[in-house]
Design a protein around this ligand. Structure first.
Ligand SMILES: O=C([O-])CC(=O)C(=O)O
Ligand SMILES: [Mg+2]
Length: 389
């Protein structure tokens, strides 16, 4: 029997909330959920791989249905298999999806492909009957480390949210075991943001840390004005100050901000990542990279991005991806990334950890579940099962 993909399903789900960052609100935010159904059986049931895209970009049902689903289903099944013929080769599936696509201008097809790529890797690890992080570590001759650093992202602007509500939110993250929290900036005047930052720093105390995220809102002048204000504080990082593609701004900012900077969540290809590394002035001894495979052509492409980083003297441990999903947790545990984002109170049921996984001293420990581990998160798996039933 040739292993094959028998169906690909997509549904676009709301992940809306009344929150706002400096650039967008999330009142109409959606995400694509996909199921890649195979003809392989495990425990009397077909192996199904699941995937979804991260928040910040909308669901990609149109692109998935019009182009990428069809290419996976129309490919000769044998052409998608690895050398053993016992499993699908994710790189071959990726190449099939990307046939007849010109380079550059990545747009949001990278989101559609990243969503399907997640599901394909989930299926591949389930067919191999291993947790994805262990499969990745084996393939890359590394030792998996199931203990992964996670930080709590939140601190959004929210109607009626005052300083005491912001402090309560951050306190709640510490009570759940996080040691690093993140808040939004740039959606209020600088003096107000300074008060918000000081309130949070006072709340979390000197043993915990705060990161701030401007979501690409600032022009160079404003980014520098904020840098001068922020450098008074011991921040974990200053994130996405200016437009994600403005490498000159990012490079100039380094002259004004000696502390750690972070960016990359809106760069969607290894070529864009390479441009950031070449021209963005990011410093491999202190800065952080946030490329999110679920928005940027998936893990097949992320592996190329990691190669680019290595070539330019960057360790994978400088990557802490955006997105708060279990796919990046697996990559972190398998390939030695620096950690992963988490949204303890947002974008559920897609983000987060398998049930029962607790944050202890800012880290989680990955359970040994086959695939990405979605089956261990009951609210998420209920949605996934409904799609593949
Ligand atoms: O608010 C958003 O778009 C999400 C974001 O930037 C992050 O998690 O870093
Ligand atoms: Mg961000």
């Amino acid at each position: 029997m040739t292993i094959r993909i028998v169906d690909v399903r997509e549904v676009t789900k709301p992940i809306s909330s009344p929150i706002r960052n400096a650039y967008i609100d999330f009142t109409k935010m959606t995400s694509s959920l996909v199921a890649v159904i195979t003809n392989v059986e495990r425990n009397g049931r077909p192996v199904v791989g699941y995937g979804f895209n991260s928040n910040g970009r909308y669901g990609q049902g149109g692109l998935i249905r019009e182009r990428f689903r069809a290419r996976l289903l129309e490919a000769d099944p044998a052409s998608l298999l690895d050398a053993t013929k016992d499993n699908i080769d994710p790189d071959k599936a990726w190449a099939a999806m990307m046939s007849n696509e010109k380079p550059g201008g990545h747009g949001e097809r990278s989101v559609a492909v990243g969503t399907l790529d997640m599901a394909i890797w989930d299926a591949v690890a389930k067919i191999a009957d291993k947790p994805l992080f262990r499969l990745l570590a084996e393939r890359h001759h590394r030792k998996a480390d199931p203990r992964v650093f996670v930080y709590a992202a939140g601190g959004y602007y929210y109607p009626g949210k005052d300083l005491s509500a912001l402090r309560r939110e951050m306190r709640g993250y510490l009570e759940r075991g996080y040691t690093v929290v993140k808040m939004k900036i740039g959606g209020a005047p600088i003096d107000e943001d300074r008060q918000r930052i000081e309130a949070v720093l006072e709340e979390i105390g000197p043993t915990n840390q705060l990161a701030v995220d401007a979501n690409g809102r600032f022009d160079l002048e404003t980014a520098i004005a904020y840098a001068k204000m922020l450098r008074d504080y011991p921040l974990f990082w200053y994130e996405e100050a200016g437009d994600p593609l403005d490498y000159h701004l990012q490079a100039t900012l380094a002259d004004f901000y000696p502390g750690p900077m972070a960016t990359g969540e809106n760069l969607f290809s290894h070529q864009d990542a390479r441009n950031l590394i070449r021209y963005g002035g990011m410093r491999p001894d202190r800065d952080w990279l946030q490329f999110d495979c679920a928005l940027s052509y998936g893990l097949c492409e992320f592996l190329r991005t990691l190669d680019v980083l290595r070539t330019h003297g960057w360790s994978p441990s400088r990557c802490i991806p955006h997105g708060g999903h279990q796919m990046s947790l697996n990559i972190a545990a398998g390939l030695g990334l620096g950690g992963n984002e988490s949204y303890p109170d947002l974008f559920q049921p897609y983000g987060g950890f398998p049930d029962g996984v607790k944050v202890v001293d800012g880290h989680i420990t990955m359970p040994d579940l086959p695939g990405i581990g979605f089956e261990g998160k009951s609210d998420l798996y209920a949605e996934m099962r409904a799609l593949s039933a």
